[in-house]
Design a protein around this ligand. Structure first.
Ligand code: ADP
Ligand code: MG
Length: 267
């Protein structure tokens, strides 16, 4: 597996490292005794869309959270445009795995999107007209402009997912990390989300998404990062998304349905 990683990964010079929007080195994260992510290197290419792929429990969400700095790693470093993560948090916007968000108390859609503006507004700052109109514009970008005053808890899963994306857009970051953005959403939402992500890429922004649908990897993404606690492979879809790397990632756990999808995806 280590050989695979070396073969598929692109060795980078120091220059490249500084240019990378998100570079991770030697990252190990552990919740208990067994590491969830072990000694992982990742170098995200600027202005690209990267899919993080791996079985359940492979450490995909943990990798994203460590890249955001919300989980403290046992060891390793995260660099954002060649600088330590701590100085660069504002550059990263995050759309969490939807199942992990639970709206216990009533919250309006527009208020969720305004949360993305907290760096501009400031903790004690006043919300101004311009903030609200920017939040409205972000809602419009995901096709949710008519839902601003609705309670988030009353929306469908797909609609909620679009609102979370609008919140990330409001942050106006350079890097977008999304955790299974297409899980359990309707086809219209999937289309809306992918078209927003593609427009971000066209603006030169960088998108990294945990992606569970092997059949759409080649259509949606430029690069893949395969993980099963350790990095299995990293590179362009053409180079690193192969029967060999998928076998190494999923082992015997690749279900028949996924194998069928794969046969389709790989031609
Ligand atoms: P994935 O997103 O690939 O499904 P996760 O990153 O969520 O995987 O989890 C990786 C491993 O870490 C799993 O074994 C999971 O059970 C464990 N894990 C995740 N979050 C926690 C947590 N908060 N406390 C303890 N163990 C956790
Ligand atoms: Mg996960």
């Amino acid at each position: 597996m280590l050989e695979l990683a070396t073969e598929q990964g692109k060795p980078l010079t120091e220059m490249d490292l500084a240019d990378s929007p998100l570079a991770i080195r030697g990252l190990t994260v552990s919740y208990g005794e067994k590491p969830a992510v072990f000694s992982v290197d990742m170098t995200v290419q600027p202005g690209s869309m990267t899919a993080i792929i791996g079985p359940n429990g492979a450490g995909k969400s943990t990798l994203l959270k460590a890249a955001l700095g919300v989980i403290k790693p046992l060891s390793g470093q995260v660099q954002v445009f060649g600088r330590p993560l701590d100085e660069q948090r504002a550059q990263i916007a995050y759309v969490p795995q939807r199942a992990s968000v639970d709206w216990e108390f009533p919250t309006r859609v527009i208020d969720v999107v305004v949360m993305g503006l907290y760096r501009d507004v400031g903790l004690m700052g006043r919300l101004r007209k311009q903030h609200i109109s920017r939040a409205q514009a972000c809602l419009a970008r995901v096709g949710m402009e008519d839902f601003a005053d609705r309670q988030i808890g009353q929306l469908s899963g797909g609609q909620q997912q679009r609102v979370f994306l609008a919140r990330a857009l409001a942050q106006n970051a350079a890097i977008y990390l999304l955790d299974e953005p297409f899980a359990g959403v309707d086809a219209a939402t999937e289309k809306a989300i992918i078209s927003v992500l593609q427009s971000l890429r066209a603006e030169g922004k960088t998108v990294v998404a945990v992606h569970h649908d092997l059949a759409t990897v080649a259509e949606y993404f430029d690069n893949v990062f395969l993980i099963n606690t350790r990095k299995i492979a990293e590179g362009t879809v053409a180079d690193a998304f192969t029967a060999e790397t998928l076998q190494a990632t999923y082992g015997g756990r690749l279900a028949t349905a996924q194998v069928d999808q794969l046969a389709l995806a790989l031609g």
